[in-house]
Design a binder for this molecule. Sequence first.
Ligand SMILES: Cc1cc2nc3c(=O)[nH]c(=O)nc-3n(C[C@H](O)[C@H](O)[C@H](O)COP(=O)(O)O)c2cc1C
Length: 351
Amino acid sequence: MHCTYDIEKTYRENYESGPNLPPDVGSVPPTPTKRFMGFELNSRLGIAAGLLLNSKWIAAYSRLGYDLLTYKTVRRSYRPCYPLPNWVFVTDDGALKGPIYRSHRGHQTDHQITSAVCFGMPSMAPEVWRKDVAVARNALSSGQRLIVSVVATPEEGWGITEIAEDFARCALWAKEAGADIVEANLSCPNVCTAEGSIYLDPDFSHEVAATLRERISNTPLLLKIGYFEEPDGLAEFLNRIDGVVDGVTMVNGITRPVLELDGRPVFGPSYEKAGVLGRAIHPASVQSVAFAREVILRDQLDLEILAVGGAALVDDIEDFFQAGAGAVLMGSSPMYRPLLAIEAKQAHPRW
Ligand SMILES: Cc1cc2nc3c(=O)[nH]c(=O)nc-3n(C[C@H](O)[C@H](O)[C@H](O)COP(=O)(O)O)c2cc1C
């Protein structure tokens, strides 16, 4: 298996020297133009916030045929990455709760991979990322669009208003730098402070969305959300943010304790819980997308769904389109299956 991100190396090393692409990538088949969120796109296939660390990663994956490319979440100020390990393979136990255990990639074929990440949403300083977002935007071809993911960095004593303002400041910087779409990350499985679970509070989410909307005016705006255990919570959330944002990106990794076989937390005692990604979360992600679609139709909401969660095969992408997604994003699989967009375009040029 060829990995474009070296999980043995630090985030910084991967930022500087990645991605490590396979030598022969073939060519991207031409596809008819589609309209999505007001844009003309080569396809409605893309990469979610995470793997694309900077403009070099964006440029490389745009050449591999991914057309909605998300720049990994950025902040108002520099934030280092948590110490290694940041990304490990785990064994899919078919569950969504309780501990999940580290494995070695030899035990899994590439499309069955489940992994867990714990980065802590690192960010370069704004002087760095604002320039680099512009470089990333310029690297795209026609029919491709750049999403920039932003998050707030709450300080002691901040309330909802200050946090919403912080999101809005980053969103405006992203827009000025060339983002076609801004995504506010309301969920992070490995961050314990307020910015990690805003999506579970519909009023808080609405306030952030409204502040962002006011600040970036008509730039398309998405909210990235995590998994709702209770479907009613998802329905309430969607109704609360309808009319303010253009869509939702769902879902983020599902939070679980990630342990070594001997019970020690893989990411260290401070970060026992982390985001589980890949095969293990695919059925639940498809179910959430289908439910969100049902709510959107039932309550006549004006929201797009960008689906993410465990898509590593063409069939997985199809699951999401059938569930009602407007676009499908891959989170972790383009690291070990970088040619997935090419495969999908060969099989389904109309996606
Ligand atoms: C290396 C890596 C880093 C990630 N960092 C972020 C992030 O900064 N912001 C975010 O919203 N999601 C982040 N994610 C989560 C993905 O966007 C996605 O929601 C998750 O991986 C589930 O999709 P998957 O099962 O296709 O991997 C990250 C994922 C990976 C693989």
